[in-house]
Design a protein around this ligand. Sequence first.
Ligand SMILES: Nc1nc2c(ncn2[C@@H]2O[C@H](COP(=O)(O)OP(=O)(O)OP(=O)(O)O)[C@@H](O)[C@H]2O)c(=O)[nH]1
Ligand SMILES: [Mg+2]
Length: 390
Amino acid sequence: MVLVGVDLGARAAFDPSLDELALLAESAGDAPVARLVTRRKAPDAALYVGSGKADEIKALVEGHAADGVLFDQPLSAAQQRNLERKIGVPVADRTMLIIEIFAARAQSHEGKLQVELARLSYLATRLVRRWTHLERQRGGIGGRGGPGEAQIELDRRMIGERIKTLKERLERVQRQRSTQRRAREKSGAFRVALVGYTNAGKSTLFNALVKADAYAADQLFATLDTTTRSLHLEGVGRDVTLSDTVGFIRELPHKLVEAFKATLQEAADADLLLHVVDASSPRAAEQVEQVDRVLAEIGAGRVPQLLVYNKLDRLDETKRPRRLVDQVERAGGERSARVFVSARERQGLDLLRRTIVEAVQGTHGLNAGTESQPRVEPPHAAHAATSVTG
Ligand SMILES: Nc1nc2c(ncn2[C@@H]2O[C@H](COP(=O)(O)OP(=O)(O)OP(=O)(O)O)[C@@H](O)[C@H]2O)c(=O)[nH]1
Ligand SMILES: [Mg+2]
């Protein structure tokens, strides 16, 4: 794969390293062989990039014998088709790649239905565009209803029918799920859900906290289905459950968010979110913002959050925090407790457990927007802080 990124200036988010796109490609089983970054004021209507750039991409493809091109920016159906024609290999964009990864990873019946729904809804909009495009071309010739139109009309109808069936099946599965959820609600358990950017370490933390062995891997979207276990906490007179959930990503395709609403509902229904952040990522702040955005979109924006800054072991000695627990101001002026841990090295987990206990017992306003009571540092934290800073 040749990776292409187009910097549109302030108009859109841009990752000059293309590292995330490379990780996405690898997660989909494609090997990135070359990267090309270019800058434009606005996308070209026909090719997204200029025609000279397209020639450059073609040369890169030929030079590396690459089998495809991957754009970090969303391509229209026409741009994709024109690029394929010009370059001579399949061209895809980030959205399509994310949907393909979800499709390959889906395990549960519900997950598979949700992915197929997202994929077909995505395809359907492409077909519509392709269709209007053909119609425009035919307008010049003057004929009505050529074979192209009939075929596309058929495809559209088939896709439409399939989407309808999928939605019905999903509704059935989701009714079952909400029955299960009501049963859990009745049991009165306090529900904690792990949320966060993909690859932040949610599943690793889940495994460390509940001694499970959920699939954790250096891949994007390793987890697609929600897993729930009970979480044992010292000194809490209540049952607490912990759920591991699907990770988020910048510009998570809207169709996926929509299709995965039921799975994501786990986060919206939680009493507390453990928002896991890869503290070693240079883009950590941006990722927190992206996660908050998706949370708001699925109706989980008001669930109290506890920030868990993970992968502490990967931080340079000089960059490690002095205190392993503190309070930070969030967008909107709210405050959240923040705990630094290393899920892999099992570091800081006792402190995290204690902070969760405090949240369960409601001893301090996590996200409440009220002033935070002066917080007494648990003696353990000071000890842990000295042990990591040496
Ligand atoms: N160095 C280091 N690596 C970690 C730590 N926690 C997780 N990892 C690694 O980060 C990668 C991703 O971990 P996962 O637990 O699968 O992350 P996730 O957030 O569940 O990711 P998705 O399910 O794909 O969204 C794996 O390679 C883990 O071994 C940590 O504390 N330190
Ligand atoms: Mg995971």
